[in-house]
Design a binder for this molecule. Sequence first.
Ligand SMILES: NC(=O)c1ccc[n+]([C@@H]2O[C@H](COP(=O)([O-])OP(=O)(O)OC[C@H]3O[C@@H](n4cnc5c(N)ncnc54)[C@H](O)[C@@H]3O)[C@@H](O)[C@H]2O)c1
Length: 363
Amino acid sequence: MTFVPYDRPVRAAFVGLGRIYDLNVRGYIGNPGVEVVALVDPNEERRAQRQADWPDAATFASAAELAASGLEVDTAEVLLPVMMHADGVSELLDFGWHVNLQKPMCNSLAEAQRMLDAAKANDRILRVMDNYLFYEPLHRLKTVAESGELGGVVGYHMKMVGTGNGGWDVPWSSFEWQIDQMKRGRGIMVFDDGWHKLTTAIWLFGPIREVRAWIGNLAVGPGIDLETPATLVWEHESGIRGVWDITIAMDMYLRSDYYTNDERWEITGSKGFARVNRCTGRGIQQPSLEVYADGEMRGYHALDDDWGSSFRDSGRYWLRWLHTGEGPLLWSGEEAVDVLRFALAAYESSAKGGIGVDPADVA
Ligand SMILES: NC(=O)c1ccc[n+]([C@@H]2O[C@H](COP(=O)([O-])OP(=O)(O)OC[C@H]3O[C@@H](n4cnc5c(N)ncnc54)[C@H](O)[C@@H]3O)[C@@H](O)[C@H]2O)c1
């Protein structure tokens, strides 16, 4: 890879202008390191709506039209439905643009390889963003775990409750392709939202050597199958074990500015514990991070625990990276494949009755 950092504002195109654009755009607004030159979406209404943010940007119904226009683009912010990632991203890389791709990377290892090959062939960067890695309470949790103040880490757990009421509006069109994904065995709980949780597991404690899973099914409508209740258990190469439980509480109201996820991360150490109490939604109204050690509980009251800020910081990180080329990509395409393997290992384990599966062995 012969990446040369930019010494001028990078010229960016947004490809996909749907629901999550509202948060991804936060890293770009007021950022002198970027010039948003193009907006791409086949949906005319979406183009008109987003044009208000970038009056000087040109709009296109497809990336091919943008490429054919001759407008210079350095990087694409890719916010497409997941099943379009492999073809869409390969096309953009072939145009010679760097790509910042929303998670999940894609549905299969073959699709992932296609994107990695396209990045290599075109000498471009493929980043698979995960905003959770920029959520300040999780950052502080990692720092606490590494500082030794909990003693040695003896285990950890994550919790996800999808609640039925509250939050922002999600248009039916954003949900339709998720139903297609469910039919492909890539559900919204374990795979789509789950991508974040599995990413944080690898980010916190490193490579995984064994995964065991028991993934249930809650049919809430024709073709709408939610993968709950589900329990995933795994062991890192370090020997640390993690467990993640996923449930749906259909009638629960959760205050949230975004999706209605009630989430927790809790690390147990030999002499204390640390817990992130919430993330996407505003569930537990305690400090977003609490640390117990030596008989004392410490609450972190001043962290930026607005989930939306994690998108802003992830976007800014990427745009800064393009100007320096320094530090990890958080996440690189190759690191994202580890997350994909983790998810695929969970599906394989569950299908085989919960046996242990090494993500490295997933075909
Ligand atoms: N980080 C997070 O927490 C988070 C949250 C939600 C969604 N996501 C991810 O973001 C991505 C998009 O999700 P969303 O909820 O915004 O979906 P969405 O359906 O709201 O938006 C997708 C947009 O892509 C457009 N589109 C379709 N085909 C296109 C094409 N060929 N070229 C350009 N645009 C095209 C659609 O018209 C739509 O406007 C997915 O990968 C999803 O998993 C991430």
